[in-house]
Design a protein around this ligand. Structure first.
Ligand code: OSB
Ligand code: MG
Length: 377
């Protein structure tokens, strides 16, 4: 594989409904779409960085800058025998995993398409999961009231989703969980704090223990491992790390220190599919279950996530849900749908296996740039 051309597009899409976490509320999603090309074949990826540096330090603008000025020159015109070589080829660039991942994932799509194979098969997905579909869960943001929260949970359960995650923060936690448990009984339920607490809050977080949550996701700081291991020792509820697992090494440290019993995998956070597979394999070897996180992706990123979710240690339902929860319409046809049994079908065509609606992409595009190999190689 030799990438001859990279196209970047900055798009802005309105969200169907606002999405609120402990770090803020958003009503629209700016994103960068990356297309890589060789010999008329192309692959596509989506950068999951947001407009602001609140979930991670990256933004749509830093990703654009780093891809155009640093990543593209290192990749264009160079021969790779496999896309898993790409992350290592970008080693000189520190951090910027979401920017790296967008290009790396587009390259996996190109690679799979050139072989006329689906991305899930190239990634090493389980044949049984590819046939049966992946188990889907939902992430429900902070609402205006607990009544509204119960309403949202009811809607998603009726749609078939296999587990419910609710976002929490210090004034929206025990009462939110209490509301959902009272109304819906023993449904598979978990919470995500997006780093809203400190170790000093351990006693307060202990008040969640009686509710039999599947896990509490990223209660403490975004780059912390040490305090999470101290907190886990004081909680019955399993801790799942999201933000803190930015690399294979961070995953290793977290597991070794007992900072988590479950890991959320997002390829954008670790630098692409290759690194995500390595975190997946490490967790499998250490008997740590994983599930696939979400970053409010359009159908492009969502399709990538579905394929990665077919790997065998993705044993818990992920945050990979139907397109219509966020975008109407989505950028792909047909859209990602959840079936009544709470599963999502794995696309069977080559690569990510979904058709991008170029009309919609063009209409949502605010900026576009084409990058080519200028070394003449
Ligand atoms: O922490 O998992 C998170 C969305 C944006 C940033 C961080 C997170 C999320 C979600 C939404 O929880 C998951 C989704 O449905 O895409
Ligand atoms: Mg999270």
């Amino acid at each position: 594989m030799r990438i001859e051309r990279i196209e970047l597009r900055l798009l802005r899409l309105p969200l169907v409904r606002f999405f609120e976490t402990s770090f803020g509320r958003i009503t629209e999603r700016p994103l960068v779409l990356v297309t890589v090309e060789e010999d008329g074949a192309s692959g596509i990826g989506e950068c999951v960085a947001d407009a602001n540096p609140y979930y991670s330090s990256e933004t749509t603008r830093t990703a654009w800058h780093v891809i155009a000025e640093f990543i593209a020159p290192l990749l264009l015109g160079r021969e790779f025998s496999h896309p898993r070589e790409i992350f290592g080829a970008l080693k000189a660039i520190r951090g910027h995993n979401m920017a790296k991942a967008a290009v790396e994932m587009a390259s996996w799509d190109l690679f799979a398409k050139q072989r006329n194979e689906s991305l899930s098969s190239v990634l090493g997905g389980s044949a049984a999961t590819i046939a049966a579909g992946i188990a889907s869960g939902v992430s429900i943001g902070i609402q205006h009231s607990f009544e509204e929260l119960a309403e949202r949970v009811g809607i998603e359960l009726a749609a078939g989703y296999r587990r419910v995650k609710i976002k929490i923060k210090p004034d929206w936690d025990v009462e939110a969980v209490e509301t959902v448990r009272k109304r819906f009984g023993s449904i598979p339920l978990m919470v995500d704090a997006n780093a809203a607490y400190r170790l000093d809050d351990a006693t307060h977080l202990g008040a969640l223990d009686p509710y039999d949550l599947m896990m509490i996701e990223q209660p403490l700081d975004y780059d912390d491992i040490r305090d999470h291991s101290r907190l886990q020792a004081r909680l019955r509820t399993p801790i799942c790390l999201d933000e803190s697992i930015h690399s294979v090494r961070a995953a290793e440290e977290a597991i070794e220190q007992g900072a988590c019993r479950i890991i959320n995998i997002k390829p954008g956070r670790v630098g692409g599919h290759g690194e995500a597979v390595r975190v997946h394999d490490l967790a499998a070897a250490r008997r740590i279950p994983v599930w696939h996180g979400g970053m409010l992706e359009t159908g492009v990123g969502r399709a990538h996530n579905i394929h990665l979710s077919t790997l065998p240690n993705f044993t818990l339902p992920g945050d990979v849900a139907a397109s219509r929860r966020y975008f109407a319409p989505d950028l792909i046809d047909p859209e990602i749908e959840v079936r009544a049994d709470g599963t999502i079908a794995v696309p069977t065509g080559p690569g990510i296996g979904v058709a991008v609606n170029l009309d919609r992409v063009v209409r949502a595009t605010e900026e576009r740039v084409e990058l080519r190999d200028t070394t003449g190689g």
